[in-house]
Design a protein around this ligand. Structure first.
Ligand code: ADP
Ligand code: MG
Length: 373
């Protein structure tokens, strides 16, 4: 599960990591008084600064105008329904810090860079030497020399303070079974280190260890998106890949087949997302939500459904609902459905102005070519 910035920051505070004071603002809120603050769109995707969705404001008029502007935005296909209003922090320097899981080596890593506040993927691409990646033992945690090495690499004299922050971040990481906790930027301020941003992803398979926490997060997210996010998310398997074709299938076998077919045609999938067999419109909706929130721009989104147990009318309902609610018009959508209630499903799609493919090969071809409805 991906968390919003305000949720990630609440998690940081629980583990003793400082963040700016902030209040969540919604549509219809009226802000009173002058105050130097920062208004930040709450979306699950990043790059908000570049998109003009992080705004410094001061006067009452500016605060209200910026809130209205931010709440009218759509970022990477995601409508902005809430903004975090934070105190403005005096930044001396910005660092990048994260704890991430290295799936290949099977160990967590501390990742650090003095090029904070920037797009870290770009730094990794152009200046890999500016990024430090330190694996550590997930049970023992990072050792003192790991932590002093990070401080040295970042060139900060505040090694003790940084070590304490990293220990807290590691405790948070293992405490909630996170797969990623990122602070970009971590600001060095006259009062110490402050997490100015948060990106957090939790391991869905660990939900049973933290049911109350997951329920509370889901409830908060549901209040923001207006949809009842549900535990049905659990049946969705989502594995990010490095291509640009979003892929959703109803079962793993169909998904694997589609992955191979995409590759055969010279395309690359952006993810492997399957809905775990028996599904309903809500799960279809959640899967679309998840794949379209991808950090990278998508060339197309391919939905491959083979109805055995699944009813195609229900799947079509989920797709149509998502498309109509999420202004999901920019990414070409390619849907192939067949099997149970196929005709009914196709009718629902056509009535909503969406086309469907009969042939899997044609659908994959269209997705690779970036052609969709
Ligand atoms: P994103 O990563 O989505 O672009 P950030 O939360 O990292 O959004 O914000 C972008 C930039 O805005 C940060 O690099 C930082 O320079 C500035 N910023 C964010 N929050 C604050 C704050 N509370 N006080 C001062 N500057 C901030
Ligand atoms: Mg950031």
């Amino acid at each position: 599960m991906k968390l919003y910035e305000f949720q990630g920051k609440a998690l940081f505070r629980r583990f003793g990591i400082a963040t700016p004071d902030g209040v969540l603002r919604r549509k219809g809120d009226v802000l009173t008084g002058d105050k130097a603050c920062v208004l930040k769109a709450q979306t699950l995707s990043g790059g908000r600064g570049k998109a003009g969705a992080v705004v410094l404001c001061k006067t009452e008029a500016e605060r209200n105008a910026s809130l209205e502007k931010i709440l009218s935005m759509t970022l990477k296909g995601e409508p902005v329904n809430a903004a975090l209003e934070e105190e403005r922090v005096e930044i001396e320097k910005e660092f990048y810090i994260s704890i991430a899981f290295d799936g290949e080596a099977g160990v967590p890593l501390i990742i650090a860079s003095a090029s904070g506040g920037m797009d870290i993927e770009e730094v990794a691409d152009k200046h890999p030497e500016k990024i430090l990646k330190l694996p550590f033992d997930s049970i023992v945690g990072p050792l003192d020399y790991h932590l002093s090495r990070v401080a040295k690499f970042l060139g900060t004299p505040r090694a003790k303070e940084l070590a304490s922050l990293l220990r807290k971040l590691c405790l948070a990481y293992s405490g909630v079974n996170a797969t990623l906790l990122e602070i970009n930027p971590l600001a060095q301020t006259p009062d110490g280190f402050v997490a100015l941003d948060s990106k957090a992803e939790l391991d869905d398979d660990a939900e049973r260890l933290h049911t109350e926490f997951f329920d509370a997060l889901r409830k908060e997210q549901g209040e923001i998106t207006g949809s009842v996010a549900s535990a049905q998310h659990d049946t969705i398997t989502y594995v990010p890949l490095d291509g640009d074709i979003g892929l959703i299938s109803d079962g793993a076998g169909t998904g694997m087949l589609a992955l191979d077919m995409i590759r055969d045609r010279g395309g690359r999938a952006a993810d492997f997302c399957e809905m775990g067999g028996l599904t309903n419109p809500e799960i279809m909706y959640s899967a679309l939500e998840r794949v379209s929130a991808s950090e990278k721009p998508l060339r197309s989104l391919l939905v491959v459904l083979i109805g055995g147990f699944n009813r195609m009318d229900e799947m079509a309902e989920g797709i149509v609902k998502f498309v109509s609610e999420r202004a999901f018009t920019k990414i070409p959508l390619v849907v192939r459905l067949c099997g149970t209630m196929e005709e009914e499903g196709k009718k629902i799609m056509r009535d909503a102005g969406l086309s469907v493919y009969d042939d899997l090969d044609d659908a994959v071809g269209a997705a690779v070519a970036g052609e969709g409805r």
